[in-house]
Write a new protein. Structure first.
Length: 460
């Protein structure tokens, strides 16, 4: 039997739009179905004709719920894909909050374009709607980690934990006696709320992500900076603002705040989780105990709620959020978006950045051009919500929080293979990162390796 793989996205120097087509004599499946995000030429690719006729696909297999891996699915279904979407149970739970949210953003964008006439299309239509997102959820088929399933005739697949976010899996496929392994996004080792990436023993062809293929994360404990930030807020009787992604990072921060309180390293301040999506994600993280690491399981058995600092408050509604305007510090607000590109954190930043008692702690990657990056680089004033806001707050940064394996952690995972794959393709990284990882794999492991080309088709 012959089989081939075509890299339709998340290859050739891009980190978004992850999509790989696996074809054999008996079936065709898509590994991941991600949305292109970032600069306009990339985003326009979401609007082009689908790279594969959706009606001809037997199934989609999703590595995890992040939108750059799942966010094209509603469009695929809208354009005629009616087959099953295989993913883990916790990925499905996360998709239930993330895809409707993504659809909502698309609808808002179209609405904005129509009101402000910023488009040549009349009327501007959303890439997809909430109804399309619901269609995906109806087509989803949850499978357990380790359990074999058959996404198409002649193709057998299974997930093993990749440690990246809740539900994230490495996908291993067997096609006509050949083994294809797709890393999805690899997580880090020793993160308190996640299991470590599971080693995989064998692959003929391997796809490995390279987001941080040219970087080693700083060795410092991320909690040191968090401790300093909380202590400053308490001393100044001011607010600590933590812009954080709703899924993964917010739970990690809540977990660490609770641990630091328990250890007596920080005072117990009110902690406002000001994000409906983060609140829902935290419930999902708490529910899927099968994916927690041993320490977390032990905590829960002892009756501790691992994501609940003593004075946790949930701000579900806009009114809850606005009420914080009249609440005196000290206190902590965790809200999205993680790079201060939108969301409720903007309103808090606008109000509190001019106050020198305020502390802002950035706990994740800040992309070029975002407000997060500008603040991190020391901007003295910043535009937001129609005004120029002076920055007198203390800006702090912790680069040690990351959901992606760095170069050394990727190598550690690769060393888990019992023999070198016949061929390894580097995917999901900017050109520098992908090239650097290819060179490292070649020089340190001596494997046959290439950076996957955009649109390239290879035999399995
Ligand atoms: Zn991811």
């Amino acid at each position: 039997m012959s089989a081939s793989l075509t890299f339709l996205g998340g290859a050739g120097g891009t980190v978004t739009g992850s999509k790989h087509l696996l074809e054999s004599d008996t079936g065709r499946i898509l590994l991941d179905c991600g949305l292109f995000q970032g600069l306009k030429p990339l985003r326009l690719r979401n609007w082009a004709a689908p790279p594969v006729d959706p009606k001809t696909l037997d199934a989609v297999v999703l590595s995890h719920a992040h939108i750059d891996h799942s966010g094209y699915l509603p469009r695929l279904c809208r354009d005629g894909f009616t087959g099953p979407v295989y993913c883990t149970a916790s990925t499905l739970d996360l998709l239930r909050i993330m895809l409707p949210d993504a659809a909502h953003l698309q609808e808002e964008e179209a609405d904005f374009a129509n009101r402000h006439r910023t488009t040549k299309h009349d009327p501007a239509l959303p890439l997809y709607t909430g109804a399309d997102a619901e269609r995906v959820l109806a087509q989803a088929r949850p499978v357990e980690f380790g359990a074999a399933f058959t996404p198409a005739r002649g193709i057998e697949a299974r997930f093993t934990p990749s440690g990246h976010i809740l539900g994230a899996g490495v996908v291993a496929c067997r096609v006509g006696g050949r083994r294809l392994v797709f890393s999805g996004d690899l997580g880090r080792y020793g993160v308190p709320i996640m299991v470590d990436p599971d080693p995989v023993a064998e692959a003929d062809v391997l796809l490995v992500e390279s987001t941080y293929g040219n970087r080693v994360h700083p060795p410092d404990d991320p909690r040191e900076r968090l401790t300093a930030a909380v202590q400053r807020a308490a001393a100044q009787k001011g607010w600590l603002l933590i812009p954080a992604f709703a899924v993964g990072r917010s739970q990690e921060i809540l977990h660490d705040l609770r641990e630091l309180e328990t250890a007596g390293a920080i005072p117990s301040l009110p902690v406002y989780l000001d994000s409906p999506m983060a609140i829902q994600a935290t419930v999902i993280y708490g529910t899927h105990r099968e994916e927690h690491d041993a320490a977390l399981t032990a905590l829960q058995k002892g009756g501790t709620r691992p994501f609940a600092p003593q004075r946790l408050r949930l701000s579900r509604t806009v009114e809850d959020s606005k009420r914080l305007n009249d609440t005196a510090g000290p206190g902590i607000i965790v809200a999205g978006s993680g790079m201060a590109t939108g969301g409720r954190i903007l309103h808090h930043l606008k109000r509190l950045l001019p106050d020198p008692r305020t502390t802002v702690l950035f706990v994740g990657y800040q992309a070029a051009g975002t407000r997060g990056r500008l603040l991190k680089e020391g901007a003295r004033e910043i535009k937001m919500l129609g005004t120029v806001v002076p920055v007198r707050a203390q800006i702090m940064v912790s680069d040690a929080y990351s959901a992606h394996a760095d170069r050394d952690e990727i190598l550690r995972w690769l060393r888990g293979f019992k023999r070198p794959p016949t061929m390894t393709y580097v995917v999901h990284g900017e050109p520098d990162a992908a090239d650097a990882l290819r060179d490292t794999i070649e020089s340190r492991l001596g494997w046959r390796v290439a950076v996957a080309g955009d649109g390239q088709r290879v035999d399995l």
